[in-house]
Design a protein. Structure first.
Length: 449
C-alpha cells in the first residue's frame, strides 16, 4: 500500500494555533491537464484564510502572517488560474469560498459562484483544478491508499495486521475494490503460497463442497480422478472468499471444520489432508443480521472475526478520484500521454459512481478507446457520466417573518459593506444579536466587504 499523496503539514507551514477549532482541509485531488500528478492535501488547522493563485512547478503552500491573521497562499501550476483567482476565508466557524474576479470563474459542485459557503465534501473548481473540502479531516495515517482520513487509518492498520494470521473481513458495496485490497494484503503477508480467489456466489450449490474441498476418484458419477479442490490450492498462501454471505449452509459447516482443524476432508475421502492458509473474506451483506435470522452460522461468524475493514463507496471518497484515475491510466493507457478537458473532468467529479471503482475503470477504458488523440473529452465518457447535472446549492427555507428579517439583514450588510457594528446600530440591536441571526441564516459578512 504505497504512499499516494503529498500532505502539506504543520512541519512545513509553521506553527499552528491549537486553540483554533479549525481541523478542516482541502485536497487538490485532480488537475485536468496533469492527470498523473500526485494529489496534495492542505490542512487548514490554525489558518484564517487561503488564497489560490497560478504557480510554477509543483503545487506549493506558503503561510503568511498578515493583520494578526494567518493566511495560506496556495499556488497551483494551472494555466487557467488567474494570478489571484479565489480565496477561502474562515468566518464564524464556516468556510466561505469567493471568486476574486478571475477570468475563468470559480465553481462549486459544478455551479459557477461568486461566493459560497462550502459544505462537507464539496468539490470546487478553480481553473482546471479540482479540490475537495472536508470540514473535519484528521491527519492521514501515513497517506497510504486513500486520501480520506478514516479509510486511510483503516488501511494503515491493515498493513500492520497483514503479516499475522488474523482473518480479515472486507465489507463494502460491490465494486469498491475488495479483491484488489485482498491481493495487497497477500503481498504484504510474505506468505510463499498462491493467492486463491473464490466467488462464493458463482459456485454451483450442487457442487460447492467438491469444488471447495476436492474429491476422491469414484466419489460420485464423473469423478474419474482425484482433485485437490480450491481451498488446498491456497496452501501456504491466502484464501480469498468473495461474497461469503452467499455460501450455502452445508458448505458453511464444512468450512467451519476446516478453520477449526486446519485440514480438509475431500468428498469421498476417509482421511483429512492438512492445509495452511491465511483467510480473507468479503461481503456486501450484513452477516450479523443474516446470523440473527439463521441464514449464516453464528459459530462461523465468530471464526471469521479478526480484522474488519469497511470500504467506503466511491461517492464518499471523491478526494481519491484523481489518485484512482492516475492509477487506471497508468495501467490501461500503456504510456500514452493523456489529458482531460475541463468538461470531462467535471463530469467525472459530479457523477455518483453507483458501481464504484469498477464503474470508473470501465468508463476510463471506454474514454481511452474513443479518444483518438491525447485528450479525453466529454463525448468519450459513458452517457450516464456525461449527463450528470451540476448539483444546485441549497438555500434554507424560512417562514415569512424570518425571511423578511434575513432580507433586511442582507440589504443592510450590502449598504454598510459587511460592517456588523453599523448594521446593529441601524437595527437598534446588540451586535451579538445580529451575529446570532447571521449564523442562523447562514450569512457570512465577508461576502459584502
Amino acid at each position: 500500500m504505497p504512499a499516494l499523496t503529498n500532505d502539506v503539514t504543520a512541519d512545513n507551514l509553521g506553527t499552528q494555533d491549537p486553540g483554533l477549532d479549525n481541523a478542516a482541509c482541502v485536497t487538490l485531488a485532480f488537475q485536468a491537464e496533469r492527470p498523473l500528478d500526485t494529489p496534495v492535501r492542505f490542512p487548514l488547522a490554525g489558518v484564517d484564510g487561503v488564497w489560490f493563485a497560478r504557480g510554477k512547478g509543483a503545487p506549493r503552500a506558503e503561510r503568511v502572517e498578515k493583520d494578526s491573521e494567518t493566511q495560506l497562499r496556495v499556488e497551483v501550476p494551472d494555466r487557467f488560474l488567474s494570478n489571484s483567482h479565489a480565496s477561502l476565508q474562515r468566518v464564524f466557524g464556516h468556510w466561505l469560498l469567493e471568486d476574486k474576479g478571475s477570468r475563468n470563474g470559480t465553481f462549486v459542485d459544478g455551479a459557477r459562484v461568486e461566493h459560497a459557503e462550502l459544505r462537507e465534501g464539496a468539490v470546487f473548481e478553480i481553473g482546471h483544478s479540482f479540490f475537495v473540502f472536508r470540514s473535519s479531516a484528521e491527519e492521514l495515517a501515513g497517506g497510504e491508499g486513500s486520501l480520506q482520513p478514516s479509510f486511510a487509518a483503516q488501511l494503515a492498520a491493515l498493513a500492520r495486521a497483514a503479516p499475522t494470521l488474523l482473518p480479515v473481513v472486507l465489507r463494502g458495496e460491490s465494486g469498491t475494490g475488495k479483491e484488489v485490497l485482498a491481493r495487497q494484503v497477500h503481498a504484504l503477508s510474505r506468505r510463499g503460497g498462491a493467492f486463491q480467489a473464490i466467488n462464493c456466489a458463482a459456485l454451483s450449490p450442487a457442487l460447492v463442497e467438491s469444488e471447495l474441498f476436492g474429491y476422491r476418484k469414484g466419489a460420485f458419477s464423473g469423478a474419474t480422478e482425484d482433485r485437490p479442490g480450491l481451498i488446498r490450492s491456497a496452501d501456504k498462501g491466502t484464501l480469498f472468499l468473495d461474497e461469503i454471505g452467499d455460501l450455502p449452509p452445508p458448505a458453511q459447516g464444512a468450512l467451519l471444520c476446516v478453520l477449526q482443524e486446519s485440514e480438509v476432508l475431500p468428498v469421498g475421502g476417509t482421511r483429512p489432508v492438512p492445509v495452511d492458509f491465511r483467510l480473507i473474506v468479503a461481503t456486501h451483506r450484513d452477516l450479523e443480521q443474516m446470523a440473527a435470522r439463521g441464514a449464516f452460522r453464528h459459530d462461523l461468524l465468530a471464526r471469521l472475526s479478526g480484522f474488519t475493514v469497511h470500504l467506503p463507496p466511491l461517492r464518499e471518497r471523491r478526494e481519491d478520484l484523481g489518485m484512482l484515475i492516475a492509477a487506471l491510466l497508468e495501467r490501461h493507457a500503456k504510456g500514452r500521454p493523456l489529458t482531460f478537458t475541463h468538461a470531462a473532468a467535471r463530469a467525472l467529479f459530479l457523477y455518483d459512481w453507483p458501481l464504484n471503482v469498477r464503474e470508473l475503470e470501465r468508463a476510463l477504458l471506454l474514454a481511452i478507446a474513443l479518444s483518438s488523440g491525447s485528450v479525453i473529452d466529454l463525448p468519450h465518457l459513458p452517457e450516464a457520466v456525461r449527463s450528470m447535472p451540476a448539483a444546485p446549492l441549497p438555500a434554507p427555507e424560512l417562514p415569512v417573518e424570518e425571511a423578511q428579517r434575513r432580507d433586511e439583514l442582507l440589504a443592510l450588510l450590502r449598504e454598510h459593506h459587511g460592517n456588523v457594528t453599523a448594521v446593529a446600530r441601524v437595527m437598534g440591536k446588540a451586535r451579538v444579536q445580529v451575529q446570532r441571526w447571521m449564523r442562523r441564516y447562514r450569512i457570512l459578512p465577508a461576502i459584502f466587504r
